[in-house]
Write a protein that binds this ligand. Structure first.
Ligand code: NDP
Ligand code: 2IT
Length: 449
């Protein structure tokens, strides 16, 4: 194990997030390797941690003033043992190869858990959509797809959204793919309803994270009714996590963006959530504006001198990190535990640093890692692919029922795997082991390719 990790670190010393994601998986799948000594001869760890293919490309585009810019585009095709590569695209200035590799690696296990036939991949660019006009975003998406189109396809690699890539970007990307390939196929998911999208896909990640949380609570005879909740982020995942929590009787106290967070003691109700959705999705504004309309709430700007985020220091029952990786630092983990948080369900990918994760497990919290808790998004992407293949669209109730069933099944799979390997109630080990075993079986069945 240590040798694999040190080889990976020596090869790509700067890919810290990738090392972090690999380290967590390696630690927890050790008992599986001990039980199956032939896996060592087959070098399954070396194979599963090396992407099948990495595509990196130049994306030149022109802004509204005629100035040319160059960004870097990525697609990491990590593993196709159980299906075509599947995973989102992230547009954010922090994007680099290490971040896309960590996301692609996590996606392999997540997709395996969904029960659907999807391999793992991830892509994106260091392009910053903030402050860009619709026309600039369109030209960037077209330039990005002008290269990506030759690498993807409905049976090869099917991208979707992630940070900075929502319905608007998927539309522009799809239009360019269709023009270049001269084919109308389900090559992207998260499409709009009028041209091949699935009902419930926008809601799926947030709803799924709450459904997973409800399953965990049920193991202790509890529900979300009356529970106070901290949610971070204010994008797709945070919005629909909040919507479902409100529906189930929870009280959401916080939302955030990269500039700061709001704390609303009264709770964010449906009307306030509709305001946030208009603010973030249509006006593309900042959370600071929330308190102008709801002056009973407070806005706390990010303080770069702090080594913790005060959002996680508020007393509450449940936490839903839904912004980005490593947003719950070691001190935030301590604050959450100190304040008696009982549940953490991760909407974001790898939002908690290892110290925080260890603390949650040590204190027997109901703690679900992103690759289990936020799998509802990609699961409904899989359902969108199925509907596209049939050229049919299922009603809202049917997709939602399937999503609920998938989250229930992932929860049980994680619990069972944990129990089989002597770590009952540890959803991190459960998710990693169950996801890993299925992918490894498929890889070995298909020979050395
Ligand atoms: P959005 O772009 O819709 O929203 C992202 C939110 O997080 C924004 O409020 C943004 O604030 C904040 N944020 C992003 N980066 C940072 C940062 N570096 N520091 C602080 N805040 C930040 O993205 P999504 O809601 O789609 O994604 C959120 C998380 O959920 C990501 O980790 C993503 O990988 C994960 N996820 C998404 C899925 C999906 O289906 N969309 C599926 C599974 C997981 P600001 O506006 O200031 O940038
Ligand atoms: O991290 C994720 O699972 C996503 N961004 C969604 C991927 C997808 O293909 O729907």
């Amino acid at each position: 194990m240590d040798e694999i990790l040190s080889v990976i670190k020596n090869k790509d010393p700067e890919q810290r997030e990738f090392h972090q994601a690999v380290d967590e998986v390696l630690e927890t799948v050790k008992p599986v390797l001990d039980k199956n000594p032939e896996y060592r001869k087959q070098a399954v760890l070396a194979r599963i941690t090396e992407p099948e293919r990495v595509i990196m490309f130049r994306v030149p585009w022109m802004d509204d003033d005629g100035q040319v810019h160059v960004n870097r585009g990525f697609r990491v095709e990590m593993n196709s043992a159980i299906g075509p590569y599947k995973g989102g695209l992230r547009f954010h200035p922090s994007v680099n190869l290490g971040i896309i590799k960590f996301l692609a690696f996590e996606q392999v296990f997540k997709n395996s858990l969904t029960t659907l036939a999807m391999g793992g991949g991830k892509g994106g660019s260091d392009f910053n959509p903030k402050g860009k006009s619709d026309a600039e975003v369109m030209r960037f998406c077209q330039a990005f797809m002008a290269e990506l189109f030759r690498h993807i396809g409905p049976n090869t690699d099917v991208p979707a959204g992630d940070i900075g890539v929502g319905a608007r970007e998927i539309g522009f990307l799809f239009g360019m793919y269709k023009k270049l390939s001269n084919e109308f196929t389900g090559v992207l998911t998260g499409k709009s309803l009028d041209w091949g999208g699935s009902l419930i896909r926008p809601e799926a990640t947030g709803y799924g994270t709450v459904y997973f949380g409800a399953e965990m609570l049920a193991t202790r005879g509890e529900t979300f009714a009356g529970k106070t909740c901290l949610v971070s982020g204010a994008g797709n995942v945070a919005q629909f996590t909040t919507e479902k929590l409100i529906e189930l009787g929870g009280r959401v106290l916080t939302l955030s963006d990269s500039s700061g967070y709001i704390y609303d003691e009264q709770g964010i109700d449906s009307e306030k959530l509709a305001f946030v959705q208009q603010l973030k999705n249509v006006r593309r504004g900042r959370m600071a504006e929330y308190v102008e309309t709801y002056p009973d709430a407070v806005y706390i700007p990010v303080d770069p001198t702090l080594d913790y985020n005060p959002l996680w220091a508020h007393k509450a029952d449940c936490a839903f990190p839904s912004a980005t990786q490593n947003e719950i630092g070691a001190k935030d983990g301590e604050n959450l535990v100190k304040n008696g948080i009982m549940l953490v369900s991760e909407g974001a990918n790898m939002p908690s640093v290892p110290e925080a994760v260890n603390l949650f497990i040590e204190h027997s919290l109901l703690y679900a890692p992103g690759k289990a808790a936020n799998a509802g998004g990609v699961a409904v992407s899989g359902l969108e692919m199925a509907q596209n293949s049939m050229r049919l669209a299922w009603p809202r109730e049917e997709v939602d029922a399937r999503l609920k069933q998938i989250m229930k099944s992932i929860h049980k799979t994680c619990l069972d795997a944990g129990e089989n390997y002597g770590v009952k109630g540890n959803y991190v080990a459960g998710a990693n082991i169950a996801g890993f075993v299925k992918v490894v079986h498929a890889m070995l069945d298909q020979g050395l390719v």
